[in-house]
Design a protein around this ligand. Structure first.
Ligand SMILES: NC(=O)c1ccc[n+]([C@@H]2O[C@H](COP(=O)([O-])OP(=O)(O)OC[C@H]3O[C@@H](n4cnc5c(N)ncnc54)[C@H](O)[C@@H]3O)[C@@H](O)[C@H]2O)c1
Length: 149
């Protein structure tokens, strides 16, 4: 599959699976947007790839930051082709359930669940609009073709 020229947004792009995804899509000549809570990590990854890429400091658990991310990407590239909801955190595995603090629990839910929901909520409207436009264009073309026949 060709990703050449596609606009790919990856949350949690600063390390691990997200960073591997950045390298993968960069190799495929896509425009990669790195979104992570850590600017330092993103700069390291961006420096390691040959393609131009965009960096946006984003905490996925903050809805308004996710909205700003979409606005910034649309402003720069005009569209979003792929959105990877990758950012996530894990609890301290060494602790027993009762020993986890409520703050840790709430942070995991905020990042791993709300973060993914926010990602879908901010990006799907632009995707849906683009699909509807394509569908309308396609229906219009089909109608013209059938009138001509
Ligand atoms: N590695 C695994 O074995 C494994 C297994 C199952 C699921 N996962 C999931 O895959 C995803 C990536 O895992 P990984 O091992 O690459 O993790 P990782 O810890 O190496 O990388 C996570 C990245 O997310 C960023 N991040 C953390 N909180 C953030 C926030 N609030 N907003 C934006 N960015 C934030 C971190 O700075 C980091 O760069 C996670 O969602 C993880 O839960 C990983």
């Amino acid at each position: 599959m060709s990703f050449k020229g596609k606009v790919i947004v990856i949350t949690g792009a600063g390390s691990g699976i997200g960073a591997a995804a950045v390298r993968f899509f960069a190799k495929k000549e896509a425009f990669v947007v790195l979104a992570d809570i850590s600017v330092e990590k993103m700069v390291d990854i961006a420096d390691s790839i040959p393609m131009e890429c965009m960096i946006q400091e984003t905490d996925v658990s903050k809805y308004e930051q996710m909205q700003s991310l979409v606005v910034a990407v649309i402003k720069k590239y005009g569209r979003i082709d792929v959105w990877v909801n990758n950012a996530g955190i894990g609890p301290n595995h060494m602790l027993k359930t009762a020993d986890h603090s409520l703050q840790d629990w709430e942070r995991v839910i905020a990042v791993n669940q709300s973060g993914v929901f926010y990602g879908m909520k901010v990006v799907l409207p632009s995707d849906v609009k683009a699909r509807q436009r394509k569908y309308r264009e396609c229906r219009f073309t089909c109608r013209i073709k059938s009138l001509r026949q």
